[in-house]
Design a protein around this ligand. Structure first.
Ligand code: APR
Length: 265
């Protein structure tokens, strides 16, 4: 599909002339990689309801039991399907386009709500995975994070203990569950990047989950233009300076080309 040419031109003008664009992405940017979204008419939470919000409390009170349930317990078939789709997903043209914008020196940081690792696999390096990454583990006590290849979980010796000297607390999966606080280091980086931004892109997010949905509003309140990329209206559409109404896997490559043309002119 070809997105509205006037909107594309305005978005490209903003990106070609800015000095520090950042982006907030959500499940929609991975939709064309086969990953389900959560809200809207075909969303997973729309179908099965949002997960319980006491998972983190259960981890804190019984980390061994939490791990045993996770590794050996019965999983809701829809949640199992989500996990299977997340692990099978590969980056799509939208992820690669955002990595290209970073390589061009245009997109300086990506805040993603997605835990699917696809921005990282596509080549984005300046990245905050604010809700965690499915291939990583984290110590909630000290904030340590390890890729699963470097901190192997032994099903016979649960829970895994934090290897950081002086810590030794139980380690969990990196993903931030409902009711679990977003790690402070991630929020600090989001605040820093939002303060630096002079253009803020929103791609594939309904922008209803806080605290991350707050950052684009903070930027807009100080006059930073928002570019929204989504086939549907979102909670922040009224804040958007430019709206590119279409799938990110098709819109973002067109946007990269339009920015490249302007920078070559
Ligand atoms: N391209 C771009 N956007 C798309 C596409 C697409 N191809 N397909 C769907 N979308 C849009 C939807 O219109 C919607 O606005 O992606 C957005 C997805 O919104 P949600 O399903 O609410 O996902 P997200 O915003 O990432 O949710 C935030 O909620 O449950 C938590 O931790 C979960 O990180 C997630 C957070």
């Amino acid at each position: 599909m070809t997105v509205d040419s006037g909107s594309l031109a305005r978005a490209a003008d903003l990106l070609a002339t800015c000095s520090y664009a950042i982006a907030l992405t959500g499940a929609g940017v991975s939709h064309e990689s086969g990953v389900p979204t959560f809200r809207g008419k075909s969303g997973l939470w729309t179908k099965i309801g949002e997960p319980r919000a006491d998972g983190f409390e259960r981890f804190l009170s019984d980390p061994e039991g939490w791990w045993k349930e996770r590794l050996f317990g019965e999983r809701d078939p829809d949640i199992q399907n989500l996990m299977d789709k997340l692990h099978a997903a590969k980056p799509n043209a939208g992820h690669y386009a955002m990595a290209e914008l970073e390589a061009m020196g245009v997109l300086r940081h990506v805040i993603t709500q997605n835990g699917d690792d696809l921005h990282r696999q596509a080549g984005t390096t300046s990245l905050t995975e604010v809700h965690g990454n499915i291939y990583w583990l984290r110590c909630p006590a000290c904030g340590g994070r390890w890729h699963e290849d470097s901190l192997v979980v032994d099903p016979e010796a649960l829970p895994p203990w934090c290897p950081e000297p002086g810590c030794g607390s139980p380690v969990k999966t990196d993903s931030v569950g409902f009711g679990e606080p977003v790690p402070g280091a991630h929020l600090q980086r989001c605040e820093l990047e939002t303060a630096r931004a002079d253009v803020f892109m929103l791609a594939g997010t309904s922008a209803v989950v806080y605290p991350v949905a707050h950052y684009p509003q903070l930027a807009a309140q100080r006059g930073v233009p928002l570019i929204e990329i989504d086939p549907e209206p979102t909670a922040l559409s009224d804040w958007a300076t430019v709206i590119l109404r279409g799938p990110s896997g098709e819109v973002l490559p067109q946007l990269v080309e339009a920015v490249r043309e302007r920078r070559a002119a």
